[in-house]
Design a protein around this ligand. Structure first.
Ligand SMILES: Nc1nc2c(c(=O)[nH]1)N[C@H]1C(S)=C(S)[C@@H](COP(=O)(O)O)O[C@H]1N2
Ligand SMILES: [Mo]
Length: 262
């Protein structure tokens, strides 16, 4: 009926309403300024925050450590034997797994090595590799992940830590909260929460790629713990002990998360 241009009543006209445009511009500028102020204030507060005191962990600003600890607890309360790390067919594993980190394993002298297990402050037991190898063997390939940002599917074999505990009657010890491990020269050391240590994929490992561990990979015995980052997979175990306090941990002392779970 009418030849009045449709444009007049189309919703598009709204876009060109100068008043509305300027109001919107104003609101979005305000939002931006508020956001930027908050971000700056947050960064500034974090930057000025005190660093945590040196203990089992050190080096992080207090608010960041609080977040890390909260994350850790969340993980820790959810470690269960049912949650297995993904495993892969052995054929998918790399033939020569990458070597990383040699703290505490530069000494190539391995003769006379024994695993020392401190049952209590006064009682230490010693195990030869042959004794450990007599326990049931477990092997699998999994994706080994390093915090430096690389990962590889590799194939490992050894004795489940939980089998070791059961076979040698370390039940009382396993009621404690942590296991501590260190290299024979005590230069590298890690602390593992007991649920993760008793996890069915945690190995006292003596083989990689179907061969005895090379010195670089931690011969004669290392820890393989697929539920945690590489830093916790201590190479060349010298001593193993149990504790209700967090055992010293090499990388946690240098600012990394104590739990380092995956
Ligand atoms: N004794 C010892 N164990 C160690 C380290 C180390 O420096 N010394 N480095 C850790 C790190 S950061 C990683 S990623 C893995 C690497 O294991 P691989 O060399 O067998 O690949 O070992 C872990 N265990
Ligand atoms: Mo690593």
């Amino acid at each position: 009926m009418s030849d009045k241009p449709e444009m007049q009543s189309s919703p598009n006209t709204e876009l060109y309403d100068a008043k509305k445009v300027s109001r919107r511009t104003f609101i979005s500028s305000l939002t931006f300024v508020a956001g930027a102020t908050l971000a700056y204030w947050g960064w500034d507060a974090l930057y000025d925050a005190a660093k945590e005191p040196t203990g089992a962990t050190a080096g992080a600003r207090k608010p960041l450590r609080r977040v890390l600890n909260a994350n850790g607890e969340l993980f820790e309360n959810n470690v269960s034997a049912e949650q297995l790390s993904r495993t892969y067919p052995k054929a998918m594993a790399v033939k020569r797994p990458r070597v990383n980190g040699d703290v505490g394993i530069t000494d190539k002298e391995l003769a006379g090595w024994k695993l020392k297990v401190a049952k209590s402050v006064s009682e230490t037991f010693e195990f030869t590799l042959d004794e450990i190898k007599k326990l049931p063997k477990t092997e699998f390939a999994f994706e080994f992940k390093c915090v430096e940002g690389w990962s590889q599917v590799s194939h490992w074999g050894g004795v489940k830590f939980s089998d070791f505990v059961r076979h040698y009657g370390l039940h009382e010890q396993a009621k404690m909260q942590y296991v501590g491990l260190r290299t024979p020269d005590e230069k590298y050391y890690v602390g593992i929460d007991m649920p993760s240590a008793m996890h069915p994929q945690t190995l006292l490992c003596y083989e990689v790629s179907g061969q005895p561990l090379s010195p670089d990979h931690g011969a004669p015995l290392r820890l393989i713990i697929p539920t945690k980052y590489g830093i916790k997979n201590l190479k060349r175990i010298g001593t193993l002990f149990f504790s209700n306090e967090r055992p010293p941990d090499y990388w946690a002392e240098r600012g990394y998360d104590y739990f380092s779970g995956l």
